[in-house]
Design a protein around this ligand. Structure first.
Ligand SMILES: [Zn+2]
Ligand SMILES: [Zn+2]
Length: 363
């Protein structure tokens, strides 16, 4: 089967190419994609901050319709609407067995290969990689069935696509990783798509005050729309401003959603004694976070990393779509612009320039 796909062939070199897909093998499915979100992690692969073997089909945040299933597939059937998960959830590894499926190790998301180490995608007759065994910035995808979750057909697949990465990561950071409590205080550092999702998650959990922190006033304005009770422009000592808002105590939960050491230090300093600092932003592998060896024990602050919002996708995708249905989670405004696959360069340019909350390719 032939399909159009966004293929990265060298650093900062990507284009829409015709790929050829093998039929799904056992435990695999073929999906006709409906929508794929443009995520910062794709950009990090493009600019080689997140190095992956090339050529590789980009894309890891999407939703579509199952068109074909291989032998032994039981979790979905032809015609199902599905969201892809860039973490597999095999059900059998140490982490899946210990109810931490977001840490599942069944696929190596950096290898670009399927769990068995091979590929289902060819470019010019040669097998190439697929981001996180998905490569779903494509009209068609063949991927492991353990990386797809069926959803109710009533949901808009554009909104559903966002749940596959950015929204789940942000909202899950608040709801699952940090487990924000009703009436607690929270601050979110970085108001891009994931940050606004963290804000929405903290709002659903009942945080108040809920403080948005960013350098960009337009993003802070958007944060108000998504539930922030206070906004702080980080150009003027954000820690002091947060201390003022919280009566000198600091917030119960601070979320770092950028991946910069200086911002992480601010988030940690804004956290109250005994509170939680949650690191969501994926930074450069060369950067390091530093904490005082005296202050950390004395303040008893908890610092936690967060991948994929500590998500059990089989449960949490439906939960977030339920919040969308009841109006508690605004996904429609998160989809700020759609593109055709041929407009992908415009989409990534807009991502880099911060023009979108989330840009989405629709097929
Ligand atoms: Zn992503
Ligand atoms: Zn697993």
């Amino acid at each position: 089967m032939k399909a159009k796909a966004v293929v990265l062939t060298g650093q900062n070199e990507y284009s829409v190419r015709e790929i050829e897909l093998d039929a799904p093998k056992a435990d695999e499915v073929r999906i006709r994609m409906a929508a794929t979100g443009l995520c910062q992690s794709d950009m990090s692969v493009i600019n080689a901050k997140l190095p992956m073997p090339m050529p590789i089909v980009l894309g890891h945040e999407g939703a579509g319709v199952v068109e074909e299933i291989g032998a032994n597939v039981k979790n979905v059937k032809v015609g199902d609407h599905v969201i892809t998960s860039f973490i597999p959830m095999c059900g059998d590894c140490y982490f899946c067995l210990h109810q931490e499926p977001w840490l599942c190790t069944a696929t190596d998301i950096f290898s670009g290969m399927q769990p068995d180490g091979t590929s289902r995608v060819k470019l010019d007759g040669e097998y190439i990689g697929a981001f996180a065994a998905l490569g779903n910035m494509a009209e068609q995808v063949v991927c492991p069935s353990m990386c797809v979750v069926a959803i109710d057909k009533k949901y808009d697949l554009k909104a559903a696509a966002l749940v596959g990465c950015g929204v789940m990561t942000g909202a899950g950071a608040a709801l699952n990783t940090a487990q924000v409590q009703p009436g607690s205080s929270a601050a979110v550092f970085g108001c891009g798509g994931v940050g606004l999702s963290a804000l929405q998650g903290a709002k659903i959990a009942g945080a108040n005050p809920l403080i948005a922190v960013d350098l960009n006033d337009a993003k802070l304005e958007a944060a108000r729309d998504f539930g922030a009770t206070h906004t702080v422009n980080a150009s003027e000592d954000p820690v002091a401003q947060i201390m003022e808002i919280t009566g000198g105590i600091g917030v119960d939960y601070a979320f770092e959603v950028i991946g910069f050491p200086a911002v992480a230090a601010q988030a940690y300093a804004s956290t109250r004694r005994g509170g939680t600092t949650c690191m969501v932003g994926a930074g450069s592998p060369q950067d390091e976070y530093k904490f005082s060896a005296l202050e950390m024990p004395l303040s008893s602050k908890k610092v936690c990393g967060c991948i994929y919002g500590s998500t059990n996708a089989k449960v949490d995708f439906a939960k977030l779509l339920g919040f969308y249905e009841t109006g508690q989670l605004d996904l429609d405004r998160m989809c700020s612009r759609t593109y055709t696959i041929d407009e992908v360069h415009q989409g990534f340019d807009d991502l880099v320039e911060g023009r979108n909350i989330r840009g989405i390719i629709v097929y």
